[in-house]
Design a protein around this ligand. Sequence first.
Ligand SMILES: NC(=O)c1ccc[n+]([C@@H]2O[C@H](COP(=O)([O-])OP(=O)(O)OC[C@H]3O[C@@H](n4cnc5c(N)ncnc54)[C@H](OP(=O)(O)O)[C@@H]3O)[C@@H](O)[C@H]2O)c1
Length: 257
Amino acid sequence: MPTCEGIVAVLGANGGTGREAVARLQHYGIKVRAIARSEAKLKEVAGPGVETAVADVRDPAGLENALRGVRAVINCVGTRVGFANTGKGLADFFGFGEDGADAVDNRGTVNVLEAMKRVGAEHIVIVTSMLINQPLNPFSLMMKPFGDILTMKDKAEKAVRTSGLRYTIVRPGGLTNQPPLQKGIRVAPADALSSGSIPRADVAEVCVQALWTDTAYGRTLEIVSDDTPPVSDWRAFFASVPPDAVAVQSAVASSVS
Ligand SMILES: NC(=O)c1ccc[n+]([C@@H]2O[C@H](COP(=O)([O-])OP(=O)(O)OC[C@H]3O[C@@H](n4cnc5c(N)ncnc54)[C@H](OP(=O)(O)O)[C@@H]3O)[C@@H](O)[C@H]2O)c1
């Protein structure tokens, strides 16, 4: 059975993908800490054997407390825009408010990386999105007025790549709530895919496998479901995508220093 040492924290643990990540970690017997931004939301996900902590990614001190003792983080946080964020005013409806994409997806990710370094956590797997760096795609154009969310996720990715932490960036297509591991997963390098969908549970499985599969490290991968059989060789799955240029450079730098 694959495994990894230490506690793995899931940020956004009460969200769709976050819940699935907690479930997949439990399936593999990994110690998991579910982190959400309110006690009430944690009650929805806390189950036997799941540690919990409260933190908002906009609050560096709260993050540091919540991440203490953690070895790795799966970050499934994402701002909600449009009708998914109603009741908070126009700025948040359009994703530009205090709870918007810059505050949560961009600066929130930087807060996570900095808090991880302060507590000695060494490994992050982050869920971002397909279509980052495809500004002329019709869906990208449609999302632009909503907090410029894909640009904010792009900034977050750049911060992850240059953080010095071990990382994998997972860019899914449109998310569905289908059951896990029913279909195959098409994996491609950054900016290669522009259509397709994938169950949140499969995204969670990819994130969890990335924790202990060394061919996942220092890579940005795009994923959608396809009609091949479910993935059985995770090393080959991740290795089919080349490492990020910045990750190769820092590996070379550390080998000569
Ligand atoms: N929906 C799609 O089709 C799609 C496609 C590609 C990529 N993505 C990305 O994939 C990721 C997962 O998507 P999903 O649909 O599973 O997400 P989701 O269900 O919307 O969950 C998002 C999570 O982020 C949390 N969050 C938001 N702001 C936060 C903050 N300031 N501090 C801490 N937590 C915060 C939410 O907590 P609260 O419940 O407290 O708000 C929630 O748990 C997101 O980054 C999303 O942008 C989505």
